[in-house]
Design a protein around this ligand. Structure first.
Ligand code: NAP
Ligand code: SF4
Length: 683
């Protein structure tokens, strides 16, 4: 049973919120996400994305950031709200959302020095560590222009039918840059004292309110814990919140951490609702409703946050990519059916930062609503699926949803395939929920699962369609001496089938090599039970303190990683920094964690031999070196397990082959689930 199955009602989460001029039907806000859909120019597609989520019951949605002008847009071609044409495009979205019974606010995002354009502007000419361009410091006239452009964007948003706007004042963007001495070195009325530094955000809220009238939602997203040196103190946060309320905000939403902060704020290793207590500290200091955010991904967690009095409303962004019907499912007692966001960033933020359209690892239909449809099948077929890893499971569920009858054959005693190894890794506990969700969906659909069953050619002839999702096998790296007893595979380690000594060398530094290193730095073995990561330990590890005691929430002592349980060396043959292929937005977290715990990174290694003492390598042509080890773990990638597919093809009955069985390189759950779902849509 899923953890949410035991809870069937969410009285706080589903309570309406009366704003005087309008009422929100519950306490769920879909937080702003840049999906890349607007930039496709296909506004019907944008409308389908938001309309689907409005139909799913969320009370209020905030769009991805929309630039008020060219210099403030996040990148040169990023979407903006400036012209009558823009208004007409956005009207397509708002009318669709309203037709579905939803409400939507447009986020006005001025990126300031974070803008990826050569003419970006900021309070002072200080380049950010994550931007290619140094900004131009604005003069007083330039500041006035920015205010006017933001006000104009708000007015146009109102013309376009939006129910409100969110003014983005956090995450280190333009308005946030004025607030702190880290980025504001001015000595005019817009800099110096805090009263001067907060003048711009407050003025923007005041002028926007004056322009849009009283019956229009105005959310101000306020950075409550900057997580950067010289960020705001909590007293300053309170002062700003009160001033923003006085200036006319309807809501204050929570921003956590600047983008340049080196502390994870939304990655899967961040404990759930880790920052709700920050919003809670502002409760009672203002009278407008507060919205809390970050790593809230189930109705149960959201309900608890509200029941604890941490906020008046909960913002969830990525969970609405994972399941647009989050709210209706929670409200109808079907919370266990909610497709869980595992906070991996692999198909959402990693795509955004890679210049690709967003989607979702667990829901490939996200942002592809008009193109990837799962319509009822014209004829109900009998389908065999071999392999119950993510590819096979995704196919089974989508095919059964379309009306097919599905039989799944899995040779092991459990479903989940490689997800069962991922969920063993500390910081990847969300994978437990994903496997559980697959289990729940299988049970609810016309799917028969045959565990402990190795499918054979002759068993498959009675099916209309056969799908081979048999996955992968570990690649044999062929290192002399690898048959020695102290050499094990990642599968043995992650299944707790190996005794691992104190000194470990890991051969291969892909996603699995990094995962195995993380696993072995913790005392183990671990059990398969789902356990929540400890918030206090996580805060200590990353140096996150109480923002009311420590400016910007940074502990003066800095990060304090846990004592490593083992000494670990991670090796690869490529002569490039390790971890390049990890997720764009999460790779740095894994690299930082491992480095802080003393893991030695070896690049450019030529593997010569495994001896009783360890692994002998030649590093970039130097003399051979022994990397002493009690245990050597092979994580050298994978090759397809496609024997059954070949046998069927040779018999003249070619099956559908998906996931790792189709192509093992760069395999991850994202590709497996996407490929499986797309196949099911065609069957
Ligand atoms: P991988 O990412 O392809 O990495 C394989 C590693 O083995 C590389 O470091 C490679 O480096 C090395 N290697 C390749 N051929 C070798 C050989 N013949 N001898 C010795 N070393 C060899 O594969 P993986 O780590 O097994 O991961 C599989 C997939 O799972 C990945 O594509 C990844 O996307 C996914 N995954 C993702 C995550 C995540 O956090 N997103 C976590 C785990 C797994 P050299 O060739 O330089 O030696
Ligand atoms: Fe959540 Fe991962 Fe989907 Fe992004 S890709 S919405 S983080 S499950």
């Amino acid at each position: 049973m899923s953890e949410d199955a035991e809870m069937t009602s969410y009285p706080h989460l589903l309570a309406p919120l009366d704003l005087g001029f309008t009422t929100l039907k519950n306490r769920v806000l879909m937080g702003s996400m840049h999906t890349g859909l607007e930039e496709t120019g296909d506004w019907n597609r944008v409308a389908a994305f938001y309309g689907t989520r409005a139909k799913g019951g969320v009370a209020l949605m905030v769009t991805g950031g929309v630039g008020p002008n060219q210099e403030g847009a996040v990148f040169p071609d990023a979407t903006r709200m400036e012209t009558a044409r823009d208004v007409a495009n956005h009207q397509i979205v708002t009318s669709h959302v309203h037709k579905e019974g939803g409400k939507i606010a447009m986020q006005i995002l001025h990126a300031g020095r974070y803008a990826y354009g050569p003419n970006c502007v900021a309070p002072s000419a200080i380049k950010s560590p994550i931007s290619p361009h140094a900004p131009t410091a604005l003069d007083a006239t330039g500041i006035e222009k920015q205010i006017q452009d933001i006000v104009q964007a708000a007015r146009l948003a109102q013309d376009a039918g939006y129910d409100g706007v969110e003014i983005m004042g956090s995450e280190g963007y333009f308005l946030n840059q004025f607030l702190v001495t880290h980025t504001n070195k001015r000595d005019d009325e817009w800099g110096g004292s805090y009263a001067n530094r907060m003048r711009l955000p407050v003025e923007v809220v005041r002028r926007v309110r004056a322009a849009v009238g009283s019956d229009f939602i105005l959310i101000y997203r306020l950075s409550m814990i900057d997580l950067i040196p010289n960020g705001s103190s909590f007293d300053e946060v309170v002062l700003l919140a009160q001033a923003v309320e006085d200036a006319g905000a309807t809501f204050i939403n929570t921003g956590i951490g600047w983008h340049e902060a080196r502390i994870p704020t939304i990655a899967t290793s961040v404990p759930r609702a880790a920052f709700a207590s920050v919003t809670q500290k502002l409760m009672g200091k203002v009278s407008v409703p507060l919205i809390t955010s970050n790593r809230i991904n189930t109705p149960k967690v959201a309900e608890q946050v509200l029941a604890d009095g941490a906020a008046d409303m909960v913002s969830m962004a990525r969970p609405m990519l994972a399941d647009p019907d989050f709210v209706v499912k929670a409200a109808s007692g079907a919370a266990a059916m909610i497709t869980p966001c595992i906070a991996c960033n692999q198909a959402c933020l990693d795509h955004t930062f890679g210049g690709k359209l967003s989607s979702c690892l667990v829901n490939p239909r996200a942002c592809h609503e008009t193109e990837l449809r799962l319509q009822p099948a014209a004829t109900s077929k009998i389908i065999a699926i071999v392999g119950a890893g993510p590819a096979g499971l995704a196919t089974a569920i989508a095919a059964a949803e379309r009306g097919h009858h599905v039989a799944v054959f899995e040779q092991s005693p459990t479903i989940g395939g490689q997800l069962n190894m991922a969920r063993q890794v500390p910081g990847k506990e969300e994978f437990h929920g994903l496997v559980q969700w697959f289990q729940t969906r299988l049970a609810a659909l016309p799917i028969t699962v045959h565990l402990n069953t190795r499918a054979k050619v002759e068993m498959l002839s009675r099916f209309d369609e056969v799908v081979i999702a048999t996955g992968v096998n570990p690649r044999d790296p062929g290192i002399p001496g690898q048959e020695r007893p102290h050499v094990v595979s990642y599968i043995d380690v992650l299944r707790d089938n190996a005794v691992v000594g104190d000194r470990v060398v890991i051969v291969g530094a892909g996603g699995i090599g990094f995962d195995v290193a993380e696993y072995l730095l913790h005392p183990g073995p671990k059990t398969h039970a789902a356990s929540e990561p400890n918030l206090a330990d996580w805060r200590t590890e990353w140096g996150v303190g109480d923002p009311t005691l420590h400016r910007a929430g940074l502990l003066p002592a800095g990060p304090k990683p846990p004592e490593p349980a083992r000494s670990v060396t991670l090796t690869q043959r490529k002569a490039e920094p390790l971890g390049r292929g990890l997720g764009k937005t999460t790779g740095w977290i894994h690299r930082t964690k491992l480095k802080r715990q003393g893991v030695r990174f070896v690049q450019g290694a030529q593997y010569q031999e495994i001896t009783e003492q360890g692994l002998v390598v030649q590093i970039r042509g130097q003399a051979p070196e022994l990397l002493a080890a009690d245990t050597i773990v092979l994580c050298a990638g994978q090759v397809s397990e496609n024997r059954l597919a070949k046998a069927l093809t040779e018999l003249g009955e070619p099956p559908h082959v998906i996931g790792g069985a189709d192509f093992a390189g760069e395999l991850d759950a994202k590709r497996a689930i996407d490929q499986g779902t797309r196949l099911a849509a065609r069957l």
